[in-house]
Design a protein around this ligand. Structure first.
Ligand SMILES: O=C(O)CCC(=O)C(=O)O
Length: 282
């Protein structure tokens, strides 16, 4: 059953996002942080090894590798495919209840990531973009992103900045930018435009809080100028009433997490690939 208040639901549709506080408790946060660290230190099946992705600055040798391998990471892609503990994040009841309030009771989870910001690396930036640029299914308003920090996040450690109401825009043209992580795209003409930076809100959130945001909402994250971690669970979800409009990418392993499927609409992927095969950008 949906858990958001009418005010929260209105805020989401008006502004393009809403924050639901405390969807994870302290024990859950500790459990996911510990498991991610074990994976980062090598507890990952050989076939899935390339789903452990280093930040481009380390991958390209622009910065020396830190002593702690977890400090070099950008993200763990699709951990639900090889790890039972992190796979729980596809079906967190408090998250599903909030999502149901916004896009209905038939829910596919399709992209789980555990995202880091390397400590002390101010230039590890993810430029302004709209996630809808990656998702080849519609209607877009029946898809959303969930972003749950596991550390306190602020401007200093590379939190998310969002442009309220930008979900009213169409999907903009996106491009590859020099020095940005493989696969990350930038909305053309936005990152270098001071107007968008001025309109953006930099989110300060506590561990376990949950941002839900429309897939056309412009958002970015800055670098981490602190010496501590900035770790986040992100999950994308779509209503199972959505229809594909393009080829599926191997990153998207649709799992029905609530409700039912519909003929001609998104179908669950029974055994998604362990190895990362398709890349949006090589
Ligand atoms: O958490 C971050 O640093 C950015 C995440 C993001 O924007 C994305 O994955 O689309």
């Amino acid at each position: 059953m949906g858990s958001l208040t009418p005010e929260q639901i209105d805020h989401y549709w008006e502004e393009g996002y809403v924050i639901a506080p405390s969807v994870l408790d302290r024990d859950e946060i500790a459990r996911y942080l510990e498991r991610a660290r074990e994976i980062a230190l090598g507890d990952i099946p050989e076939a899935a090894a390339n789903r452990l992705v280093r930040d481009i600055l380390f991958a390209k040798g622009k910065l020396p590798l830190p002593g702690d391998p977890e400090h070099a990471l950008w993200k763990i892609m699709n951990p639900d495919r090889f790890d039972a503990t992190l796979a729980e994040c596809l079906r967190l009841p408090r998250v599903l209840d909030a999502v149901e309030s916004l896009i209905g009771e038939d829910l596919m989870a399709f992209l789980l990531m555990f995202i880091y910001k390397p400590p002390g690396v101010a230039q590890a930036i993810h430029p302004f973009h709209q996630d809808a640029a990656y998702f080849m299914f519609q209607p877009q308003d029946k898809c959303l992103g969930v972003w749950i920090p596991l550390d306190p996040v602020s401007e200093a450690n590379g939190t998310l900045a969002i442009v309220p109401r930008s979900h009213r825009l169409d999907v903009l043209k996106h491009e590859v930018k020099e020095g940005i992580n493989f696969g990350a795209l930038a909305a053309e003409g936005i990152e270098d435009n001071a107007e968008y930076h001025a309109k953006a809100i930099t989110l300060s959130m506590q561990p376990g809080d949950c941002l839900l945001f429309n897939t056309r909402l412009l958002h970015r994250s800055g670098g981490n100028r602190t010496l501590g971690h900035r770790r986040v669970i992100t999950l994308h979800m779509a209503s199972s009433t959505c229809e594909m409009t393009g080829p599926a990418l191997s990153e998207y392993g649709f799992a029905l997490v609530r409700g039912r499927t519909y003929p001609g609409c998104l179908e669950p992927v029974e055994e998604p690939e362990l190895k990362l095969i398709t890349r949006i950008v090589e």
